[in-house]
Design a protein around this ligand. Structure first.
Ligand SMILES: [Fe+2]
Length: 206
């Protein structure tokens, strides 16, 4: 299965976790990854219905607003994002929530369902890495965000913004409590074993 989330009949599509590049050394960001998405969408005649953020934190810089400006669509994120924003605000001395609420169109709760043409996107709360973290289930695939990386890279850290290792373990169990052939799409691959070309797809069995 390809990591494409779109309906061939209605042409409705979703984009999960469009993010800016960040150079940690300089602090500079680039919106180049987001600028590559419109050509993919337009070449296939798709209509962007949903822009889904699995989570946020200080170096996970969402490009959702820029993508909405380019293609339209509604931005959705977990309904606990305000708590994460408050935790970040505490660290950096910012206003509580610092404008978080007005940049999202919809806040999602666990087990909520979003229509996407002939498909349904099912929301799966997977806290641990951050406590607002969501995974998205589409057909026989789970988009795991940072809850699980490629199998040989493990999981995301859970030591900031009130992350919780115990919660992360429970979230991973929720994901792995599926058939071995269910596809998992991960946000990160750190090239374990010298793998040079990033991988993004594994399975529950793997
Ligand atoms: Fe993350």
């Amino acid at each position: 299965m390809k990591p494409d989330v779109w309906c061939a009949r209605s042409k409705a599509c979703a984009v999960i976790d469009p993010v800016f590049d960040l150079d940690p050394a300089s602090g500079h960001t680039s919106c180049r990854p987001v600028e590559l998405i419109p050509s993919f969408v337009r070449e296939r005649g798709l209509r962007l219905d949903w822009i889904l953020d699995t989570h946020i934190h200080h170096d996970h810089i969402s490009g959702a607003s820029e993508l909405r400006r380019l293609l339209g669509g509604a931005i959705a994120i977990g309904d606990r994002v305000g708590e994460v924003a408050n935790a970040i605000a505490d660290v950096y001395g910012l206003e509580p929530r610092f404008g978080t609420l007005d940049r999202f169109d919809r806040f999602l709760a666990d087990r909520e369902e979003l229509p996407l043409g002939d498909f349904t996107i099912k929301v799966l709360a997977t806290p641990g890495h951050t406590f607002d973290h969501l995974s998205f289930v589409v057909g026989d695939a789970v988009f795991t965000g940072d809850t699980l990386f490629m199998p040989d890279s493990g999981t995301a850290r859970c030591d900031f913004h009130r992350g919780n290792a115990g919660a992360l373990i429970q979230s991973i169990k929720h994901i792995l409590d599926r058939a071995d052939d269910v596809d998992l799409f991960a946000c990160h691959d750190y090239g374990a074993g010298g793998r040079r070309v990033p991988a993004w797809q594994s399975t529950v069995g793997a």
